[in-house]
Design a binder for this molecule. Sequence first.
Ligand code: NAP
Length: 241
Amino acid sequence: MSGLTDKRVAVLGATGAIGSAILGELHAAHAHTLAFARSPEKLASLSKIAAESYVVDLHKPEAWEAVVGANAPLDGLVIATGTLEILPFSVLTPEKFAETLGTNVIAPADFLRCLLRAKKLNTGASIVFIGSISGIRGAAGHAAYSASKSALIGLVRTLALELAPRNIRVNLISPGLVDEGMGAAFRAHVTPEQFAAYVGAYPLGAGSTADVAGAVSFLLSPAARWISGHDLVVDGGATLR
Ligand SMILES: NC(=O)c1ccc[n+]([C@@H]2O[C@H](COP(=O)([O-])OP(=O)(O)OC[C@H]3O[C@@H](n4cnc5c(N)ncnc54)[C@H](OP(=O)(O)O)[C@@H]3O)[C@@H](O)[C@H]2O)c1
C-alpha cells in the first residue's frame, strides 16, 4: 500500500521522460493524477495515466494562474520540468544563464507560490522538486544547469522550514543520468565511448526513469511524513566517488 490512493497529485512537466514515469507510477498507486505540461499534443498522449490534464507553460503565468484558480487543492506536487544547454562557460551569455535559472528555479518557485497563495495545497501535502547530481558536483559545460540545480537545494531547505507550520513537506530528488529525456540529449552530445565510460563509472550501473519515479513516490507518501528539506540522491552511487 503506497498511501497515495485517491490523493490529488500533480506532475508539472508530466510530458518529460522522468515526469511521465512519475505520472505512471502515481497512476499505478491509485492516486488522482493531474498532468501539467505545455504541449497539448503530448498531454493527450498521457490520457490513460492522467485523470486530469492542463496546459501549463512556466513562462506564461497569466495562463497558469487560471489553471491553479480553477482546481481543487492538491495533496502532492512534483516539479519535473527543466532545461539543459551544454555550453562552455566562455560562451555562456548572461541571457542564456538567466534563461536556465528562470526555467529551472524561478518559474517553478513562482508556480508554487501561486498555489500557496491560492491555498491550493492541503495540510499534509508533499512537494518534490527534481534536481540533479549536477547540483552537487561539477560537470564541464554545465555552469548554468549546475548553478540552477544547486539553487534548488537552498530553495527546498528554506521552503521546508517556512511550510512546516502548515504541515507541508518539501524535498528534492537529485538523480544521476538516466538514458532518456535529458540523458538521451547528453548521449547525443558525446561519443559512444565517452557515454559508455560515463555510465560505466556508476557503481550500480545505469539507472532508469522508474528508479527516479519510485523515490518520488516514496517522498510523496505518508511513509515519508517526517522527512522534509532533504535532497535524496538517486544515482547508483555515482557521487560516492
Ligand atoms: N534525464 C536525466 O538523465 C536527468 C538526470 C538528472 C536530472 N534530470 C532532471 O529531471 C527533470 C526532467 O528531465 P527529463 O530527462 O525528463 O527531461 P525532458 O524529457 O526533456 O523533460 C523536460 C520537461 O520539462 C518541460 N518544460 C521545459 N520547459 C518548460 C516550460 N517553460 N514550461 C513547462 N514545461 C517545461 C518539458 O516540456 P515539453 O515536453 O513541452 O518540452 C518536459 O515536460 C529535469 O529537471 C532534469 O534536470 C534529468
